[in-house]
Unconditional design. Structure first.
Length: 382
């Protein structure tokens, strides 16, 4: 089998490329939205990435002639084997494809094994529950939601369809999540702190929130960065600062932080970018506590990627509980279907979500959240 990746502005254009390259009998294995080009999250273009395959037994006449003339390949050898040995990029694509297929198999197995209880409910409830189950809403929470819908189903004299069931479930889930927002119903304070593990997009998210504060709310702001571990981190934040025409201070030690605060004290908001490091390292949290003065004038956002696994995200939250976390920010909504994890974390920890990011464009691709919006996103999947 020949496997190849294609990137195009749209699916029809990708299909045209695939047909021209692999022929009409090519098979689409996987597709997803990707962003290319741009500079530090600005002006990125939205494209579709497609992985397609063709049975290796189907070889063009020109390839047959070339193989016969060169007499380099034995009948028992496949063309793909020779190509993979010579082309490391194809090897990486094959390994990634195998990993994707394995993950799909595991997900299918998990869904099949754990969803038999859904069949105990009326069909109209089954349909909605199955959709939420596929989005990986926690099973115990899902049963609670389904039981409430079943009670309403039994008490109503009207004909019940899936749309009515979905309305019931949305209302019930909103009420379940409301305490997370009542407990942490806050507006951004003077100091806005972004913490979280490496690779979740803290700096880009900070830039999005800051840009909206400047462009939409007309606030005067400044940046402080404590991320002195990555060579490009300071330059990245300085670039955003230049674009927004705001000051930026670099902090290496606690005394630097106090001086930076004094220098920026006259501003409406001070956005603090922290280093992304291994959250399992106890020293990381300790360093944050030593460096930053967590007080009543500070809003602290824990930034989490929705591409992470449920158990890993729970471990991250519990590690960061050593500092006062006010709200979550969920990133990479556009890169996963496992969006039920948002509901799971809010329900378990009673912490609300301030924003969800659904792309890399600054200042766009940032959605302010409340319990109603979040529940609608999970039900609609977008």
């Amino acid at each position: 089998m020949r496997v190849k990746k294609y990137v195009a502005p749209s699916m029809p254009e990708a299909m045209k490329m695939i047909r021209e390259d692999l022929g009409e009998d090519a098979v689409i294995l996987h597709s997803k939205i990707v962003y290319t080009g741009g500079f530090l999250g600005l002006f990125k273009k939205k494209n579709i990435e497609v992985i397609a395959a063709k049975d290796g037994a189907v070889i063009k006449e020109s390839q047959k002639t070339e193989l016969m003339n060169k007499q380099m390949v034995k009948p028992s050898q496949s063309l793909l084997t020779k190509k993979l040995e010579a082309d490391s990029d194809d090897q990486k694509e094959k390994e990634q494809l195998k990993q994707d297929i394995d993950e799909l198999k595991q997900l299918l197995s998990r869904l099949t094994a754990s969803s038999s209880w859904i069949m105990n409910y009326p069909e109209s409830i089954q349909r909605v529950v199955t959709k939420l189950h596929q989005h990986e809403v926690d099973e115990n929470l899902l049963q609670l939601i389904a039981d409430d819908a079943l009670q309403k189903f039994r008490n109503t004299k009207e004909a019940v369809d899936s749309s009515m069931v979905e309305k019931w479930m949305k209302s019930f889930l909103i009420e379940l999540l409301r305490p997370a927002y009542v407990k942490n119903h806050i507006k951004m304070k003077k100091f806005i702190n972004f913490v979280g593990p490496t690779g979740v997009g803290k700096t880009t998210t900070l830039a999005k929130v800051a840009a909206q504060a400047v462009l939409m709310d007309k606030k005067k702001i400044g940046f402080i960065t404590t991320d002195t571990y990555r060579i490009a981190a300071i330059d990245q934040l300085k670039t955003y600062a230049n674009l927004l025409n705001v000051p930026v201070e670099v902090v290496y030690k606690p005394d630097d932080f106090r001086k930076a605060v004094e220098k920026l004290q006259s501003l409406d908001h001070i956005f603090i970018d922290t280093a992304g490091r291994n959250y399992l390292d106890e020293q990381y949290i300790h360093d944050l506590q030593e460096l930053i003065d967590f007080n009543e004038e500070m809003t602290t956002y824990l930034v989490l990627s929705l591409t992470g696994k449920q158990k890993d995200l729970e471990a991250i939250v519990e590690k960061f509980f050593k500092i006062p976390i006010d709200q979550f920010i969920f990133t990479k909504f556009d890169e996963t279907t496992s969006i039920g994890v948002m509901v799971n974390l809010l329900y378990k920890y009673r912490i609300g979500a301030a924003f969800v990011t659904n792309g890399q464009n600054v200042p766009d691709d940032l959605v302010p959240m409340n319990e109603e919006k979040l529940v609608n996103m999970v039900f609609e999947g977008e």
